[in-house]
Structures are given as C-alpha cells and as structure tokens.
Design a protein. Structure first.
Length: 326
C-alpha cells in the first residue's frame, strides 16, 4: 500500500494555480510512463474519467483511445455531450458504442436489483473487451481512480476496473488522479477547460438510470425517468438549487395509479422526486424545496412526460432510507 498512500507533503488543490502545477506535474509523469505506446480509457462522461481523458489528451494526444459505451441508462443529453466535448472540441480519438438495444434486451424482465447491477456490469465488460480487441498496440489502461476509492476499496476502482477482462488483456494501469479527493478533481477539471456541467456533475450510480427505473426495466418507463429527471435538473438550475443540493433525481416505480387526463381515467405511473444533502453519503438530509417550485415541477412533469399522472416528493432521510431506491 506504500505506493497508494497520498504523500504527506502533497498540498490540497484548492486554487487554479495549484491545479495548474498538478497538471504540469502529471503531464510529465504520463509522458514518462506511456512513452510512445498507446493507452485505452473507458470514458463514461463522469467527472473522474472526463478529467483523466482531458489530462491524457494533453499528454499523449492520439495515443489515447477513449471508448464511450452508451448502454441506454444515461441521463438525457449525456452521450451527446461526451461526443461534443471530446471528439468535436478536444479532437480526441473517441470510439462511440451504441449498445442500447444490447443492454436493454439483456435486462428485459429482470426485476431483482442486484441481478440488474450484475448484468449491467458484466455486459459492460464484454462490450469493452470487444472494442479493446479491435485495437492494436494497446499497452496501458487509464482509470479514474481517486483517493477515496483507494481508502475504501483497495488500490483499484471497482466500478471502472476492467479486472473481468481475459488474461491477455491485462494492461498496465495509468491512474493520474489516485491521490486526489473529489473536490480537487473538480478544480483540476475546471483548470483543464472542461465544461462546468461536466466537472460539477452529480454523483451518478454505475448502473445509471437502471436503479431509478425500479423493478423490471421497460423502455417507455425508462424514458419517463430520463425525461422527468431532465425537467427536474432544468428547474433546479433555473432556481438556484443546482449548486446547493448534493443530489437530486427522479424515480419511476414499477406500478401505476389512477388519475384523470382530458376528463378520462388515466392509469399511469407516479414520478418520485428525491433531493438530498450529505457530507459523506453515510447519512443524508432532505432538501427543503419550496412548495411553489414543487408545484411547478409537478405541472411540467405531468403534462410533458408521457405515461405519468402523479408526482410525489420523498421526505425520507438516510437512515432510514438510502439515497437511491435500489
């Protein structure tokens, strides 16, 4: 563990000057480690993998290949943002994999939360392996490991780790952020010029919207989660809550309720709003969202999202509830 212990002399990165010094140091280290070889990165669009990608693009350019797998469980606009930022703006060597049908077909009829998670994780490994085998000369695998991952889970970040790859695809790891905390990663990302909505992206579970479309995932209910979540995020941003609330999202549970639309009974889904604050994710309190804003969000969701006739607000802290529903 000696190599995975944060140096005692390492200063906390809190300013752009410190971030720029860290970037210069890492660019030199990355060039020394990688040389003229090729490196592969699974680019989710999350904070950690995005900052690693931006560092490597500056360090080794086209020697980096980023693979972005769209499994159909991302939030609205996220795959498009990854393509726009990394391929169009940063000229990255980006492989985009549309695996939506593949993942959703595998998940069809699967209701048990842990089984859903395992299917998503295993299928990601398979897709990533297939893409890795199409590339020649890859010797390094970059990962968005950060320091809390080492403290909590050992030296390798479990949800980015492709440890499930076959033996012949065990690459040497490149982990430039492994001594940084999340707030430091954000400062570095800003200094690298990444957009604020990517750098300050909310925590997002590995299985994505799959854990917010509870029970067996259906495509129409998944779209209801995606669209209602987009409305919630838009309204929180407009009303100054985006930077104030730690995490906020919608859930669409696997049952329907009776409502009225156009003077007719409508048997449709409820949408549940979750908005919580926390310091360490071990406990969480519920944000006191203004009632008038909740009414406005309810109006939008029930009129703009197909298949929804009711909106609920989750008042449960952690404990007794968890932050996510599955």
């Amino acid at each position: 563990m000696a190599d995975n212990k944060r140096p005692a002399s390492m200063e906390r990165i809190t300013t752009s000057e410190l971030a720029n010094a860290f970037i210069d140091e890492q660019l030199a280290a990355l060039r020394a480690q990688i040389g003229d070889k090729k490196v592969l990165l699974a680019l989710s669009g999350g904070v950690d993998s995005s900052v690693v990608a931006a560092l490597l693009i500056k360090a080794v350019g086209k020697q980096l290949t980023c693979v972005h797998v769209n499994h159909g469980l991302l939030r609205k606009g996220e795959p498009e943002q990854v393509i726009e930022v990394f391929r169009n703006q940063m000229d990255a060597n980006l492989v985009y994999v549309d695996a939506v049908d593949r993942f959703l077909n595998k998940l069809e009829g699967v209701a048990e939360p842990e089984r859903k998670r395992k299917i998503i994780g295993a299928e990601f490994i398979r897709v990533f392996e297939e893409e890795a085998r199409k590339l020649d000369g890859i010797e390094f695998l970059a990962q968005g490991t950060i320091y809390p991952d080492i403290l909590e889970s050992g030296p390798v970040k479990a949800h980015h780790n492709v440890g499930g790859l076959p033996e012949d695809l065990q690459f040497e790891l490149v982990e430039p952020l492994k001594f940084l905390f999340k707030d430091e990663v954000r400062v570095v990302g800003t200094a690298l010029g990444l957009p604020a909505n990517m750098v300050y992206r909310q925590p997002f579970p590995g299985p994505g919207l799959g854990v917010r479309c509870t029970g067996a995932i259906t495509r129409d209910r998944l779209e209801a989660v995606r669209e209602s979540d987009a409305i919630l995020r838009e309204e929180f941003a407009k009303n100054g809550l985006a930077g104030k609330v730690w995490q906020y999202f919608t859930i669409v549970p696997d049952f329907k309720t009776t409502g009225v639309k156009n003077d007719l009974r409508a048997y449709e889904w409820p949408v549940v709003i979750r908005a919580v604050n926390t310091r360490d994710a071990m406990t969480a309190t519920v944000e006191d969202v203004p009632f008038s804003l909740l009414q406005h969000i309810t109006e939008r969701i029930t009129h703009e999202v197909p298949g929804v006739n009711r909106v609920l607000f989750d008042l449960t802290p952690k404990p007794t509830g968890t932050i996510e529903w599955e």
